[in-house]
Design a protein around this ligand. Sequence first.
Ligand code: ZN
Length: 270
Amino acid sequence: MIRYYRDLTRKEMEAVDRERTVVMIPVGAIEQHGSQAPLGTDMMIAEAMPEYIRKEMELEDPDYPMLIFPVIPVGLSVEHLNFCGSVSFKPDTYYHLIYDIAESIAHHGFRKIAFLVCHGGNRPVLDVLSRQLRHDFGIYPFVLASGAFLHPEVQATISPENSWDFHGGEMETSMVMAIHPETVKLNLSETGYKRGGYAGQKAINFSSAAALNWMGEDLQTEDGRPIGIGGDPRGATAEKGEIIFRRSAKELIPALLSIRDWKMEPQQKR
Ligand SMILES: [Zn+2]
């Protein structure tokens, strides 16, 4: 059964099989997403994803043992700070914040924690942190990212003239339209292009989280104005967003089933 962590009473929590139950922590961000989509885009996506996951999991394993932790709304968004409204933790603050949450959860006997990454910039710290948590507490932290933006079904939602859709583009705007349409100002959309000095340099992997050293200013309008989004959001629709949410959730199901079946090793100290 998938439930929300915040809804349980102390007594109900005591009754949870904490050895088997996965605690999923969705991690979002508050950062600019162009002139058309809200600052809370990633946070809103992080809030909505668990419900889509619950619906997909219902078909596979209605008894899936998972508690959804409240969304961590702010993340690592330094690359967007020069745009009004973006808020960021510093990497060390973020590390310690999540570490303390995980330590408390581990303290109660949970051993499986799954971070649901809804803002790619958070991932490098979560990867490092997960290894440390595993060592320090003998727990199993997993870092989940659906990767659905590259799925053919999702790529097919992108308007043909929109050649490079990325942060704050048509896909993300569609997702917000599916859940909070009133916050999207589609008529104010502008198109952003990748204009980094490293563009075309194969040895620098632009999209890899490990090399996410770009700044929002690298995404510019045709006439070179920093815009901080990639792609053309004008073709965004709620229907497309619904497809992207469902596909994102579906892509996570095999990983979640593996986490469920993950065998606990007895804790060893050498
Ligand atoms: Zn985003």
